[in-house]
Ligand binder design. Sequence first.
Ligand SMILES: [Fe+2]
Length: 370
Amino acid sequence: TTYSDKGAKPERGRFLHFHSVTFWVGNAKQAASFYCSKMGFEPLAYRGLETGSREVVSHVIKQGKVSCHPQDKMGDHLVKHGDGVKDIAFEVEDCDYIVQKARERGAKIVREPWVEQDKFGKVKFAVLQTYGDTTHTLVEKMNYTGQFLPGYEAPVFMDPLLPKLPKCSLEIIDHIVGNQPDQEMVSASEWYLKNLQFHRFWSVDDTQVHTEYSSLRSIVVANYEESIKMPINEPAPGKKKSQIQEYVDYNGGAGVQHIALNTQDIITAIRHLRERGMEFLSVPSTYYKQLREKLKTAKIKVKENIDVLEVRPRKRLPAARSSPNRCKDPAAPLFLECIQPGNFKLTFQGFRGGAETAGNLTDLETNGCG
Ligand SMILES: [Fe+2]
């Protein structure tokens, strides 16, 4: 279901776009190095002992407008969840107003607004609690002109290998998906509607999409401008264990399942990712067969040669140092997805039919969002 009612335009407190994603991992340097060499990110900024930060080691990497920062984080969170996404930051206008509204509506404010500054200017932050142990940092740049955020300095090490590798051209975060335990999708999605004045962008339930073996429940919420899309999934009953349930069991509760990155040229992106040694999840062989069939009668024409994509452009997050095999573990909690805007529906519908023979509905794709 697609929704056209975006609700009233919020008077203040505009959400601009995804600012960055913070990973809490066992070894930030190793994780950052993996994303740089395999996925085309480049070191952008650093915070650690060398910059006077005794608490956190953070390697910020960037590609296009996508900023990620793996941080070393030992302790309970790592034991409970393993490597994964801790925080999704949104760049906003009027952080104070957003926090005030969210508080009035019952949101948990993890950290009240505060300002940090360095020689490049000031940034105001606040942190809100969303599903599981995941948080949202609000980032309001107050004329800040630095590369990333106050307190970060230039990277201490530039890998000489990186400039020699082919460009992947991943440009922006399209959507970030959160998996919820059974019966928690609606409340998790309503958190965004109520507290952040987001609206329902798209949804699907198991009466609309199901096969003999599995089905899908997902609600996509978005900010007014629809520059931030957050699909929220929950398990749906089927003959086989839901992939969402697998995730929740493995992750120890709700959390981020995947991050989708847009590119304008997926064929080149995938080719170059492969040349860098990136591995991809495979899909049932029926997927591309059905896709080709559907394309014969579809209104859109695909100029590109889809043979290049025959292995689906997805990758699970490596668990770097702690468990080198985890990127191949089917239950590893996070994966990345590369998409080229425009082919969403075909991806989803084509995939459905193949799922029955492929075990669980491992990566149901919903309108580019699930
Ligand atoms: Fe997706």
